[in-house]
Write a new protein. Sequence first.
Length: 273
Amino acid sequence: MSSYTVSDTKKITTKRIAEMKRTGEKIAMLTAYDYTMASLLDEAGVEMILVGDSASNVMQGNLTTVPITLDEMIVYGKTVAKAAKRAMVLIDMPFGTYQGDPYEAQRNAIRIMQETGADGVKMEGGAEIRDAIELILRAGIPVCGHLGLTPQSVYKFGSYALRASGDAEAKKLKEDALLLQELGCFILVTEKIPAALAREVTAMLDIPTIGIGAGSGTDGQVLVLQDMLGLNRGFKPKFLRLYDHLGDQIIDSVGNYINDVKNGEFPNEQEQY
Ligand code: KIV
């Protein structure tokens, strides 16, 4: 057992997340896409696990989050929800599942909830998807908003650069943040925006904000697990802190195994029947 294993195993709910904003306790969120990793995150005590559509990049090797499908997100989501005994699990609604007909969006969100056992969904965008958000909330499904850099719109933006650094985009982001809160979103992710803007939005809202590349003024932080563990070698944006270099360690371990096999040193007497 690690010294980080949490003893309090009470399930984290939307109520607890709201309480954390009120009491000023920071919220720790990480992504996961499989049972083994999600079990470890849950044991370590993250409050929230996001089955992000970043699975498209880190699990499937795609250049963007656009190609991942609803069926694929449901497979990842199911394995994570099974593992998370304490953490709240959110699943990204993938591109194309909520930007059109809002009733179809509602059906897709219901599928996610019924087929995965997750605790809520995350959706990228503000006013332009309000009808879909309203219907999903009306079905009783907790919704996490996502503003700033919204990777599903990368082809519109043309890059993954910092968002809302100009006045007009910052104004729209603040209006969208207030709208999402008014509609009933219980939490908001702000991605790759100036730290001062993220701090201002956080102070303005009663719901918690979770930042990624948005500075320290948000109510919590999220990182992609493969990035912070150093598994996604070569990906080192300014906002990322590397908590490990597991990619290098895995290559070393696998190299040692290969050597042992080739030298006839594995298995030894104790490792056979
Ligand atoms: O897909 C994802 O992992 C995300 C986080 C980076 C917020 O949306």
